[in-house]
Design a protein around this ligand. Structure first.
Ligand SMILES: [Zn+2]
Length: 323
């Protein structure tokens, strides 16, 4: 947090200015857009029309578009491909003092799938309604962020700004499916080490207004799989220690904890991102065949088992202290 904070925050301010201007002026009658803002919005829509949703994201199309945008701004481009078919685009604006730690602006190119039948406008049309609302998969998560970076840098270039520190933009694949073939390989690479990153900005929370919040922490995901085992028995008898009973004890404990966290949010004591969220993802149940049963003591006693899968997220402080 100590290095290049000022640079980062001043850039973020420009990002905010761009976003506020574009948002307010996006066709709303009270705030007519300038021609510059219209151009920015048009570039945003072009990016949205490139189908980068899983399971078949068009990374090549997105990298081609973003590279052309970067070159039009005057940024250096480098395409890294740690995994075939999954390019990572790195844009660079070198500062006047290369010995200083640099700033990295990160955004992911991919998005979660879209089911057109559930959309009021086709999810890759980037339809803009008379109120300035743009409908597209990936608009908030995360394509608006990449466009804000690029337009902020375009604005700085046009003003004749010359950075002291180098500014890099990483446009990464596969974030929505874990990032193992994207950012994980990037941060482990020699190319990343050479960038000498001192400060990173990444996506935050979508805002329904023109005000953007700057976060200094992130949520750490975790997953937990609970396998409950228990004795089976004939349907005509009652017996203790069934797998369902054992699983329910666990599920109820999780539910109580979830309620305790959610109650804090509902009471307004804590924000949604400040508590630990836990959600049951799926349950698998049934009596397995003898070939996959658990055996205890003798091979005649098999156990049913049920799997409860949970997914949660916990707040983690990146920099260890609040500022
Ligand atoms: Zn995202």
């Amino acid at each position: 947090m100590s290095v290049s904070t000022v640079t980062a925050l001043s850039l973020h301010l420009l990002v905010f200015i761009f976003c506020a201007g574009a948002g307010a002026g996006a066709g709303a009658p009270d705030f007519p857009s300038t021609s510059d803002e219209e151009s920015q919005i048009e570039r945003f829509q072009q990016y949205l029309r490139i189908r980068t949703a899983h399971p078949y994201p068009n990374y090549a199309g997105a990298v081609s578009f973003l590279s052309a945008q970067a070159r039009s701004i005057g940024l250096e481009t480098l395409t890294l491909e740690f995994t075939p078919g999954k390019p990572l685009l790195l844009l660079s604006w070198y500062g006047s003092d290369l010995s200083l730690p640099s700033l990295l602006l990160n955004s992911h190119v991919d998005s979660v799938p879209a089911e057109p039948s559930h959309w009021i406008h086709p999810p890759f049309s980037a339809h803009r309604d008379p109120h300035g609302r743009i409908y597209a998969r990936g608009a908030q998560d995360d394509k608006s962020i990449a466009i804000q970076y690029l337009e902020a840098l375009r604005h700085l270039k046009a003003r004749g700004f010359s950075p002291l520190r180098s500014i890099h933009v990483s446009l990464v694949p596969d974030e929505e499916i874990g990032g193992a073939d994207g950012h994980a390989k990037f941060v482990a690479s020699e190319q990343f080490r050479r960038l000498n990153i001192g400060f990173v900005l990444d996506e935050g929370q979508a805002s329904p207004t023109d005000e953007l919040r700057v976060f200094y922490a992130d949520r750490l995901p975790f997953s937990l799989i609970v396998n409950a085992v228990g004795s089976p028995g004939h349907g005509s008898k009652m017996y203790d220690g069934s797998a369902v009973e054992n699983l329910m004890e666990c599920a109820e404990a999780v539910a109580r904890f979830r309620d305790s966290q959610f109650d804090l949010v509902k009471a307004g004591i804590m924000a949604g991102f400040e508590v630990i969220s836990v959600n049951t993802v799926y349950m698998k149940a049934g009596t397995p065949t003898p070939t996959v049963s658990y055996f205890r003591r003798t091979c005649f006693l098999s156990f049913t088992f049920i799997t409860l899968s949970l997914w949660g997220a916990q707040r983690s402080h990146i920099h260890g202290q609040e500022q």
